[in-house]
Every structure is written in C-alpha cells, then in structure tokens.
Design a protein around this ligand. Sequence first.
Ligand code: ADP
Length: 465
Amino acid sequence: MLFDRLTNLNKSLIFRMTVWYAIIFAITAYISLSIFYLRIQAITLEQTDAELIKEIDEFASLMQKEGLSGVIAELKMEAEEEQAEEVFYRLLTHAGQEIQTTDLKPWGAVEAPQEILSTLTENNNVLKTLTIPGHEYKARIIYSIIGTSEILQIGLSLQEAEEYLGIFRTLLLILMPSIFIVATFIGWLIAKKSLAGIEEVTQTATEISKGHFNKRVGTHDKSTEVERLASTFNHMVNQLQKLITSMKDMTDTIAHDLRSPLARIRGIAEMTLLGKAEKKEFEEMAASTIEECDNLTDMVNAMLDISEAEAGIIELNIVELDLTALIKEACELFSSVAIEKHIDLKFDLPAKVTLKSDKHKLQRILTNLLENAIKYTPEGGSISVTIEAKQQYVNIMVKDTGIGISDTELPYIFNRFYRGDASRTHAGFGLGLSLVKVFVEALQGTISVSNKDPRGSIFKVTMPA
Ligand code: ADP
C-alpha cells in the first residue's frame, strides 16, 4: 500500500517538478554562495595585502628619512607593543642575515627563504600565505627591500579573516538545508499552482465521464498554455455534446420517419389480407409497397450520402462540363411534372458555360432544388433557372413563386430532417437540402437562400469556375 503510494507519488508531475525545482534552486544557490564566499575571501586577502604594503611604505620612508638606525629603533618599539601573536617584523640583510626582529616565539621557525630574497628587486614586493607549524591560522608574509639592500619581512596572522570566513562557512552549512527546504516548498507551490488547471481538466473529464455533460473547465486565472488546454477541452466537449445531441435527434427522427412508412406498408398488407382481395387489389398493394420501399431506400441513401460527405470520404469525379447543357437536361426531366401541375418552368441560360466539377453531384444538387421548387409551388406558379457566369465563379439561381420560407424557419432548412410547418402536407424527409448543402460544400461552393421576394424563394448556388 505504502509502496504503491510512494511509486504513484514518484510518477506524479507535481512531485517531479518540485524535486527538479528544489535541485536546480539548491545548485544555483550553492554556486552563487560559493562565488560570494570566494569573492569575500579574495577581498579579505586584498585588504591584508594593502595593510602590509602600507606598513612597508612607512618603513621605507622612515629608512629614507632616518636611515637604518631609525628603522631599528622603530622595530624595537614595535617589539614592546605585545602583539607578537598577530604580527612580526624582521629586518634582514640581502644575504638573509637578521639585523633586527620583534618577538618571533609565537611564529616558531618562520623562515625567510633565500630563493625569495634573491628574487627581490627595489620595485617589487613578494607576498606569500604560509602555514606556520604549530599555528592554528595561516599568515600572510610580505618581503620588500626598504633601504639600499635591507629587506623587511612582515608577517600578519590571518586569524581575524579566517575566523570571519569560518563564521560565514558555518552560516552556509546551516543555511543550505534551510534553503533546500524553502526551495522544495516554493517548488511545490509553483508546481501545484501551474498544474491546478490540468487537475481541473482531469476532474471535469471525470465528472463528464460520470454523465454530467454540462460540466466545463473555468478558463480564467490560468497560465496561457493551461488556459489553451482548458478552452480546447471545453470546445471538444461542446462539439461532442452537439454531435451526441444531433445523433440523438437523428435517431429519434429516423425512428419516427421509419415508423410511418412501415405502418403504412403493414396497413396495406393487413387490409388486403382481411378483405376478400382480388388480383387487382393485390396488384395495388404490391405497387404501394414498392413505392413506400422506394421512399425508404431514398431516405437511407440520402442519409448515407450525407454522412459520407460530412466524414470527408466522398468520391469526386471532377471533369470539365457544360453547365448550360446540364441545367437544360435537369429542367427537361421535370418539365412533364411542371406541366401536370400547371407550373411555368423556364430557364434563361447563356449559350455555353463550362465548369470543372462533378457531373453526378451537380445533377443531384439541381434535381433536389427543382424537386423542392415544384413541390412547394402551388398550381399556376412559375419557376425560373438562371446562370450568372463570372471569371472566378458561377452562380446558379433557382427561383420559384411558391409558399416561401418564413424568417423563423430560414436558419434551419439546411439541417438534417428539418421540415417547415407548411411543408408537412407534402411528402418528404427533410433531407433534400442537407444533401444539397454537403454536396455544394464538397465541390468547394456555397449555397444561400433568399425569402425577400414578395412571393416564393430564391436558392443561389455559387461554384468556383
Ligand atoms: P423536404 O422537402 O423533404 O421537407 P428539404 O430538406 O428538401 O426537405 O427541405 C427542408 C425544408 O425547407 C422543407 O420542409 C421546406 O419547409 C423548406 N423548403 C425547401 N425548399 C423550399 C422551396 N422551394 N420553397 C419553400 N420552402 C422550401
């Protein structure tokens, strides 16, 4: 149990981000503090060196003013000042022989190596840090020529500086674990804050999977990336919800629309069986059944075509075709139905308009629009088909003087299974215009409808030339 929880913790992004943050922060803090420490160490040494050089300068000017005896007298005075632990002075000949010195007892066997003395010139000092045997602290030693050939060696204990640096080191040792703890806490806070949005997305997804489809992730107060994730997630859920709703509507409508023709087929069969059916009645029943079955097949085919086009798997056979001829053919196909209904079907077309498109799909678009125009235009009305050919596009207009489309219905007429109130008395499944729209869009075109004419409607299909 505990092992599992630890393994899960190890896998969690918050944990990993916290650890990384703490490690990086600790390393950065360690490096910065080390640089700071080294810098302080260097500054302390520079100060000690400056002090030593100042002493040398003072002795050099004393030598100039009062000569060797003056320097010796000064050294004797220094010897009396009881600071032998902190500093010593030793005046030497160039060969290394001692002329005068302060108390050297605390300094043990501190030497004046000949190899250093021999390298000295009038203009340069030699500075060295030495470990004095038996001494806890190191010492900084300066060698310098102060007279014609006399060399002054001054040693200054680094006790104060080392004690000061020691305190700094101890402080660092105490501070490092605290810095690490604080860094871990800050890292955890940052990780938690930046991943809070992701956590919210996860929680919302869990809620949605439990059936609360209206849940959404709040998109405010989040980092841009998480906000984008949240809004993409919300968008995805909205799309899915729309899809689910439209699928539900579709299944409801299919169930409803299938029920009526099936009930009719059953009714015809039942009536024929119950009555003393003659051959003629059987023939009528068969004819009605075939008609209903054809309607059902049309509906299923239309649905399949729509789904195929919407899924983007529709097959197009683009060829150069004569649009004028195609429209004439379609109008001729409907001319007998139009005559039967006393509708004046006319077309006003240019001699030849060529278009690169799919012939079969265009035919279906035209037949659906003409079929609707005839269906929704009462006797005595008229339908006209016109073409407007431009350089970039071609407009095909189907205008009728029929029942028209109200403003309230206009936004829905291209929806699947949508049927206007006034159209209920006519046969149909509400799929014709949806099919037209998906075909037009598959051919890179657009379709619009206008109900602004005093009578009827105008459907306008725009196709790229
Ligand atoms: P259907 O004709 O089977 O009802 P459609 O998808 O072809 O389905 O049309 C959807 C709706 O658009 C129709 O029910 C009707 O209300 C309206 N409509 C389509 N074409 C016309 C038209 N030419 N005149 C008036 N209304 C139309």
